[in-house]
Ligand binder design. Sequence first.
Ligand code: ADP
Ligand code: MG
Length: 261
Amino acid sequence: MSAAAEPAGTPTPAEAAETLRLRGIRKTFGSLTALDEVDLDIPRRGTTVLLGPSGSGKSTLLRCINLLEEPDAGEIDFGDGPTRLGGRLGARTVRSIRARSTMVFQQFNLFPHLTALGNVTLAPIHTKGVAKEKAEVRGRELLEKVGLGSKADAYPDRLSGGQQQRVAIARALAMEPDVLLFDEPTSALDPELAAEVVAVLADLAREDRTLVVVTHSLAFAQRVADKVVFLEEGRILLDGPPADFFESEDARLRRFREMVS
Ligand code: ADP
Ligand code: MG
C-alpha cells in the first residue's frame, strides 16, 4: 500500500464522541471580562458559526479552544474527559489540547520564505514527525483539494489573497485536527476572492468535519451552519439551529441582522 492510500487511522475517543464541550470559560484582560462563564457544546461533524458584534469575544473564544489564550477558569473536553483550565497546565496537556484544533486566521499568516507546499508540510514534518516524502504527497493532495494543485511551488507573494487563504486552509487540514477553527477567514479579501474561500469552506462543511467559523457573513451562516452561536459582551445570547437566530424577535439580534446584512 502506498503512503498516500493509508487510512487516516483508527478513531480516537474524541472522534467517537459527540462534542467538544466548553464549560465556564472565563477570560479577562485586566479589568475587562472578554469571556464570562461561557458554556458551549460544539457538535462533531458539523459547522458552528459564531456571530456577534465586534469586541464580543468571538476571537478570544476560538483562541481559548486552541490555548492561544489561556482561560482564567473553565473546562475543556474533547470527548475523553474534561481538562480544568486556569491553573498551571503541564506542557504535555497544553500540547495535547493544541493538537486537537487548528486555527485559520484572517491574515493567512503564511511563511513568506516557503512555497505553498512548504507551508503545508512544515508542521506535519516538524511537529508531527511525518516523513518528508509522505507529507509532500499529502500536501499536494490537499493543495489539489483547495484548487491549488498547480501552485505547489509558488511563494506566497505570487499568490492572490484568496489563494493564500486556501493554502492556509490546506495547511490546517494537513494537521488532521479534530476541530478546524476559522477566525473571519474572508474578511481581508475582496468579494470575488472571498467567494473562492467560501466555496472551499462550504466543501469542507459537507465533509463530516467539525468546523467553528467566526464570520460576519449571514449568507454564509445561512448556507452552511448547523448551529449558530451569538455572543455579546462575552456571554452567549443565543445557541441553537440557524432558524433560531434568523427568526429571533430579540431586539439585539434583529439589530445585528439589520446591521450586517
Ligand atoms: P471579537 O473577536 O468578537 O471582535 P475579541 O475576542 O477580539 O472580540 O475581543 C473581546 C474583548 O477583549 C474586546 O474588548 C477586546 O478589546 C479585548 N481583547 C482581546 N484581546 C485582548 C488582548 N490581548 N489584550 C487586551 N484586551 C483584549
Ligand atoms: Mg475577532
